[in-house]
Design a binder for this molecule. Sequence first.
Ligand code: URA
Length: 236
Amino acid sequence: MRLDKYVSNSTDHSRVQVKRLIKAGAIKVNDNDCSNTSENITAGDLVTLHGELVGRPGPRYFMLNKPQGYVCATRDGLNPTVLDLLDEPRLGELQVAGRLDLDTTGLVLITDDGKWNHAVTSPKRRCQKIYHVTTSREISADSGAKFAEGLWLDGEKSITLPATLETIYSNECRVGLSEGRYHQVKRMFAAIGNHVENLHRESVGAIALGSDLEEGCYRVLTQIEIDSILSAGDSA
Ligand code: URA
């Protein structure tokens, strides 16, 4: 929404008055002076008038196409984090909803909405994540049945939830998981005597990465994408 509209909607000032206030330097966006009345205000922007917060910043939801070499954490001593790829204010409030390994590429969801994050990651919600997997060895014919039955992974107290496996080529497949244990795809393939060479997340629930978002780039989620997470699964 335009800055002048946002401020007049959130205060008693008319659009004309707001334009004057903007020109007079009374309004700041994310602590920066702003003289552009048509500046685009999005959910996370902090707008102040004479130092007082105007309106309430809404929750923020992003999808990122993660390249290899970025950590899904808010801070890391060694490698860059996925948050380093975001040009957004108040990065400290954002969290990754479902981590990927350093060498895994693809769809990462980032938000400051804790309830939504939980709906993405909680195994009780059964939000399915689809991975494109390349393995070093041929994918055996019984791999799909083993994934569907569930596997006991080292150190785990429960069997994995039923997973899907759709073979694409002899060493390439698509795997669907509705939980997110540590290194889960890699450990599941190791448990059936194979090895993951490349791992790429294509979708989370109804949210798909698509081909138009380049590696390292991100975009704001649409309202339909945001709602799709909360309307899916049970109410746990
Ligand atoms: N499973 C893995 O092994 N790694 C990931 O990054 C995601 C799922």
